[in-house]
Design a protein around this ligand. Structure first.
Ligand SMILES: NC(=O)c1ccc[n+]([C@@H]2O[C@H](COP(=O)([O-])OP(=O)(O)OC[C@H]3O[C@@H](n4cnc5c(N)ncnc54)[C@H](OP(=O)(O)O)[C@@H]3O)[C@@H](O)[C@H]2O)c1
Length: 409
């Protein structure tokens, strides 16, 4: 995580904001906060993939200057919905990258998957403060993204609730006093199921998270606990800590989001209701704080908070992600691309729940390890892994990966 001491940029007290993935779960929570704080924010650009109606409505309501839709099929509908408003529009991955590169003080990176990497890099290269929800960008190209953040002297703020919690407790001026960090995991909807019962769970059951309301892909990742594996890799890059100083603890209530342990034995933790508007608000207003309409914690009503170690026998995704990071090079890129493809195949009803992580592991086994030194390498590993995982899952079409990267080189 890189947060220069000079704090957030504002022009005449107003922060100019872009939201990449404004129509998604994190995107809509960000829009909600902007609407509640209109006097201190203005909107430069918004983007979506396949939801021109919601994108146009958000652009009109927030008086955005620019709206981009990734899937060109939906461009005519977007243009029609914006007719007469004066709001500029574009389409395709290049249109989304263009939106990310427009002048803004603060950019929310909330596209799901590796498709978010190119726009996130474009925002970093423009020098905006980048609030990162798109963990897959750091999983598939962590070292390269962090190098770019440092080169461009950009501020990168964690939005993922666990990393945001750790950031709130992490004393950057006393790095040598920090022993380790702790990410909590809810354990997902199948925390108490045995392996046999998990074999036949449906996509509907897998996306029904007990505590959080989220997009489909991250909900399935939470159910397999691959989400925590991705977050382990994300935390390693954000806080520049080795794996043995990043601990995962299952905490089914999702009240304690993350903690930092200091050498004197102190543990500082951040608590809050499971609502993304709190971490988003912290990043949106940083270094100030704004009002967020989230349910306040009543500790007496919460009563009990419980913690347990993760069960890596029933949830092997954590081990697979950890091993991918230890092997390094292109392995995390392959892990991410194979997981996106396998989750897609599961949601399409083509493979079973337990086959998601099996497919990821088999894809990692099939692709020779190699160095990851450029965005070209990211693109090549990502593309090959999607093809292998799709073959293993018996699907033909798979989610977009890093296609716009080649144009950023
Ligand atoms: N949801 C949470 O509570 C939460 C918490 C922590 C971290 N995160 C992370 O935040 C990111 C977003 O999660 P989410 O739950 O908000 O996902 P989501 O609800 O599925 O929304 C994803 C957004 O990305 C857009 N998008 C999808 N594919 C795209 C593509 N190929 N090119 C450009 N845009 C594309 C979608 O547009 P359309 O709407 O048009 O499809 C939508 O705006 C993920 O990386 C996730 O891991 C989410």
């Amino acid at each position: 995580m890189i947060t220069p001491a000079d704090g957030g940029v504002r022009h005449n007290g107003v922060r100019r904001v872009t939201i990449l993935g404004s129509t998604g779960s994190v995107g809509q929570s960000t829009v909600d906060l902007l609407l509640r704080n209109r006097e201190v924010f203005e909107v430069e650009a918004l983007t979506a993939n396949r939801n021109p109606e919601r994108l146009a409505e958000q652009a009109r309501t927030l008086r955005a200057r620019f709206a981009a839709i990734a899937d060109p099929i939906h461009y005519p509908a977007l243009k029609e919905a914006l007719a007469g408003t004066g709001i500029e529009s574009a389409c395709g991955t290049q249109g989304v990258v263009e939106a990310a590169g427009r002048p803004a003080d603060w950019v929310m990176a909330a596209i799901v998957g590796a498709a978010g990497l190119a726009p996130t890099l474009a925002a970093i290269q423009c020098g905006a403060i980048v609030a990162l929800a798109n963990k897959e960008a750091l999983v598939c190209a962590g070292a390269l993204v962090m190098q770019e953040v440092a080169r461009c002297r950009t501020t990168l703020l964690p939005v993922d609730s666990e990393h945001n919690a750790i950031w709130q407790c992490f004393d950057r001026t006393r790095l040598d006093a920090i022993e380790r960090i702790i990410l909590t995991a809810s354990g997902g909807p199948f925390r108490e199921r045995n392996l046999e019962d998990m074999r036949d769970v449906t996509p509907e059951e897998a996306v029904a998270h007990p505590n959080w309301s989220m997009g489909a892909k991250i909900s399935v990742d939470s159910a397999t606990m691959m989400n925590k594996g991705l977050e382990l890799i994300e935390a390693h890059h954000l806080f520049q800590l080795p794996l043995d100083r990043v601990e995962i603890v299952v905490h089914p209530q999702s009240i304690v989001h993350g903690a930092v342990v200091y050498h004197d034995g102190s543990m500082l933790a951040q608590l809050g209701s499971p609502d993304m508007r709190t971490p988003i608000a912290y990043a949106l207003a940083w270094p100030d704080r704004i009002e967020a309409p989230t349910k306040r914690l009543d500790l007496a009503a919460v009563g009990r908070l419980t913690f347990e170690p993760p069960d890596e026998r029933r949830f092997p995704a954590l081990r697979v992600a950890r091993e991918a990071l230890i092997h390094g090079g292109g392995c995390p890129t392959v892990l991410n691309a194979a997981n996106e493809t396998a989750v897609h195949a599961f949601l399409e009803g083509r493979i079973g729940f337990l086959q998601i992580v099996e497919t990821v592991e088999r894809t990692l086994d099939r692709i020779p390890e190699g160095k990851l030194e450029s965005l070209d390498d990211v693109y090549n590993f990502d593309t090959e892994a999607r093809e292998v995982a799709a073959r293993l899952s018996g699907i033909h079409a798979f989610p977009t990966g890093t296609s716009a990267l080649t144009d950023l080189l």
